[in-house]
Design a protein around this ligand. Structure first.
Ligand code: ZN
Length: 251
């Protein structure tokens, strides 16, 4: 992340509004850049000054009730018909149209929005596991007979764990994660110096789907659904080798 991007995001960072990956990128930039670090210190100083010196007033008792009753009076007064039926029908029609357009938009946006949110969560989890060694594994083992049973009793499904050492993708461990609003398994594989996080959680068998590509912030992702399990492989490994990994997992 450069100074321009950091400055554009620094208010959000100071307010704790950024996602984990972006926050970490800013945290990497700040120690290297006195100018941006000063900008943040300035923001924090202003905030501290506002917090300590701006007076805080308690609303007088009964104010909320008075506001509510005056809103009710204003609404009643507004209901007095001032318009003839023509404009009222037009108004109702345009309200109905706005609602219909709103529903349509919500429908069109819902699926990609969910996906964007999920890929963001997946990348955040992958990056967190790379940057914080304590988040990398809950169980460290190259033995599927150790990794697989470790999840028993911790999840309501049995994630598959395969050893692919001979194919050049050694299993290195696993951990529990919380993604997509549910606990999921993350099975961790290695390819040279690259880590592959294979996220697994149950889905409906009706959702079976062949691998599809996605990428975000320089990470490659392949998702597929098979026999009632959704899989997401996330890595900074090149796309070709990640596809090979997925073929081996599926095979
Ligand atoms: Zn900077």
């Amino acid at each position: 992340m450069d100074c321009r991007e950091t400055r554009a995001l620094i208010h959000g960072y100071a307010d704790g509004e950024l996602d984990l990956v972006t926050s970490l990128e800013i945290e990497r930039h700040l120690p290297e850049c006195p100018d941006c670090a000063n900008a943040l210190a300035g923001l924090q100083a202003v905030r501290a000054a506002i917090k300590s010196s701006v007076p805080y007033y308690q609303a007088p008792p009964g104010l909320a009730g008075r506001v509510r009753s005056s809103v009710r009076r204003a609404t009643r007064a507004d209901r007095t018909p001032r318009l003839g039926p023509g404009p009222l029908i037009a108004l109702a029609a345009s309200l109905a149209l706005m609602t219909a357009v709103g529903w349509g938009l919500a429908h069109i946006l819902r699926v990609p929005g969910d996906d964007a949110f999920l890929t963001r969560e997946l990348v955040a989890s992958h990056v967190r596991s790379q940057m914080l060694p304590s988040h990398r594994f809950d169980v460290v083992s190259s033995d599927p007979h150790t990794v697989k049973p470790w999840f028993e009793g911790k999840l309501d499904f049995a994630p598959p764990a395969k050893d692919l050492t001979d194919q050049g993708f050694p299993l290195v461990g696993g951990r529990l994660d919380y993604l997509h609003g549910r606990p999921v398994a993350a099975i961790v594989y290695q390819r040279r110096r690259h880590t592959i996080n294979l996220f697994v959680w149950p889905s409906s068998p009706a959702d079976d789907a062949a691998p599809a590509k996605a990428s975000r912030q320089g990470f490659h992702m392949l998702r597929w659904t098979n026999s009632g399990m959704t899989f997401w492989a996330v890595s900074d490994l090149n796309e070709g080798e990640l596809q090979e990994f997925v073929r081996l997992i599926q095979g």
